[in-house]
Design a binder for this molecule. Structure first.
Ligand code: SF4
Length: 505
């Protein structure tokens, strides 16, 4: 064997650098469904189905191209339990001259494979930027935040710029237009998303996961993620045709029982590399050019991909494995059990976690301003919060989950992903959702029997962290509101927060 090419479960890109110059006579692809990857953390059943079904489809596609694929199923008798074991066995069986793999999106996997055999690591060309470029952009700057990176990427791509290089519509972003809630009548008609893939491979994987991983969270039934490139492209076309037009206005709104609303739900397909960020953005840009979607929607969507997603990868790779251990706020609590079970009387969390159990998905504002917010106010250890996110969300890969959870939602990286913590009281959730109307708590109250846990913990968070955030101009207004509270009120809030931790901890 000349080359053994490792293709990991989130590297399902037929145009990957690892497949350049593939010689069917002398090269082989190896793919492994390692039990360790399915169990090192509890993993939602739909997440397991996504990876296994997409991997099996990819292997079929490569075989159809006449390529040898050494595919190890998790349910094969004597299957290797880990990626490293599988690699060692392949080396012993085939003695390849060279082993190739695209850089993994998980430091843990990289270390395990490095320890098993010498590998030539290749740049992941899926992305629109490289970690080296991210580091170079930030080098020597006093401040390097998402907005700086995003504008630079807009200039590089030329996307949504006029002939003078200025942003279309006269602004780099339209956040002010993109914060509408749905109002008392709710979202009304929403288009939904395409049906579940119905093919023999996916059906077999659903049955296998249900039988082999009975204790994994959630259910595999009702699995609806795209698992092939063709399905992912169909989902992209469906989003651009039916939901992109409404994405901007309501991107920060929540409606109970409505997981999709105007969101693309393309993150799982993107993160498995079934589709590329370039083609996703170009589809949205074409819709704008043809008058099928407004600028605020298209810019908001492009920013998620070209800005946040690329910036997150720069953070993860650029700052190295120690990023995973950042804990700037010294948070130590365990994430509360109800974030797994939905057994809580907080309507917003019950709705989001219930949806997570069913779909292994929550849209970005549920993640950031309900679930992530609660974890931060609760004082959850950021690494444990990241583990929870990795376990339950279908689209979570280490490189994207760590910056978004440890950095953005938990503010544990000290301001790399966001210059201030995303902290808010129940009033924010009340403004942006219909959750509080059916909740036993009152989002305006911080103390007393109807006190909203978010509101209690929000004021307690500010009170305890005030000294730390005094120098942050973006926290000025929130701290000024805290300062207006009397010492008696602040003491009562502390007592209420302590009692709350005692009660639901
Ligand atoms: Fe959530 Fe508080 Fe609103 Fe209840 S009152 S839904 S706990 S924000």
């Amino acid at each position: 064997m000349r080359r053994l090419i490792l293709v990991l479960g989130d590297q399902l890109d037929a145009r990957s650098a690892a497949l350049d110059g593939f010689d069917p006579a002398r090269d082989a692809i190896q793919m492994t469904e390692a039990a360790e990857e399915a169990t090192y953390l509890a993993q939602h059943k739909k997440r397991l189905v996504l990876f296994f079904a997409a991997m099996r489809h990819f292997a079929e596609g490569q075989r159809a191209e006449g390529r040898t694929v050494l595919y190890r199923r998790v349910d094969d008798p004597g299957a290797p339990g880990t990626l490293a074991d599988s690699l060692r066995r392949a080396v012993a069986d085939h003695a390849p001259e060279e082993i190739l793999c695209v850089e993994p999106g998980d430091w843990r996997v990289r270390a395990a494979l490095d320890a098993a055999a010498p590998i030539r690591w290749l740049e992941d060309r899926h992305f629109l930027s490289t970690p080296a470029e991210w580091l170079a952009m930030g080098a020597g700057r006093k401040r390097f935040i998402l907005e700086d990176f995003y504008r630079e990427m807009r200039r590089r791509t030329g996307w949504l710029l006029d002939e003078a290089g200025q942003p279309l519509g006269g602004a780099w972003n339209f956040d002010k237009e993109n914060r509408k809630s749905f109002g008392p009548d709710g979202p009304g008609f929403t288009p939904g998303r395409p049906d579940a893939p119905d093919d023999a491979i996916t059906r077999e994987v659903v049955r296998m996961v249900e039988a082999r991983f009975p204790d994994a969270p959630g259910s595999a039934v009702g699995f609806a993620e795209p698992v092939t490139r063709a399905q992912a492209l169909a989902h992209l076309a469906d989003f651009v045709a039916h939901r992109l037009c409404g994405f901007g206005d309501h991107q920060d709104a929540i409606a109970m029982g409505e997981p999709t609303l105007w969101h693309s739900r393309l993150s799982a397909a993107l993160n498995l590399k079934l589709i590329s960020p370039r083609e996703v953005c170009e589809a949205a840009l074409a819709a704008y050019a043809e008058g099928r979607a407004p600028l605020n929607a298209v810019e908001g969507f492009v920013r998620q991909i070209l800005g946040w997603r690329e910036f997150a990868r720069g953070v993860y790779v650029g700052l190295g494995p120690s990023y995973l251990d950042r804990n700037e706020l010294g948070a130590t609590a365990e994430p509360p059990r109800f974030l797994w079970t939905a057994e809580t009387d907080m309507a917003c969390i019950r709705d989001a976690v219930g949806q997570l159990q069913r779909e292994a998905y929550a849209h970005h504002i549920q993640r950031l301003m309900v679930l992530g917010l609660f974890l931060m106010l609760w004082g959850a250890n950021p690494r444990r919060a990241h583990d929870w996110h990795m376990a339950l969300f279908v689209d979570a890969i280490d490189w994207v989950s760590a910056p978004n959870v440890i950095g953005m939602s938990q503010h544990a990286d000290g301001g790399v992903m966001g210059t201030k913590p995303y902290c808010a009281s129940g009033a924010y959730i009340d403004r942006m959702s219909d959750c509080c109307r059916s909740c036993r708590y009152d989002p305006k109250q911080a103390t007393g029997p109807k006190a909203c846990p978010f509101t209690t913990l929000y004021w307690d968070f500010l009170d305890r962290r005030a000294a730390r955030f005094r120098g942050n101009m973006r926290m000025k207004m929130q701290l000024a509101n805290l300062d207006r509270k009397s010492p008696e009120d602040r003491a009562a809030i502390r007592r209420a927060a302590d009692a709350l931790r005692e009660r639901i901890g």
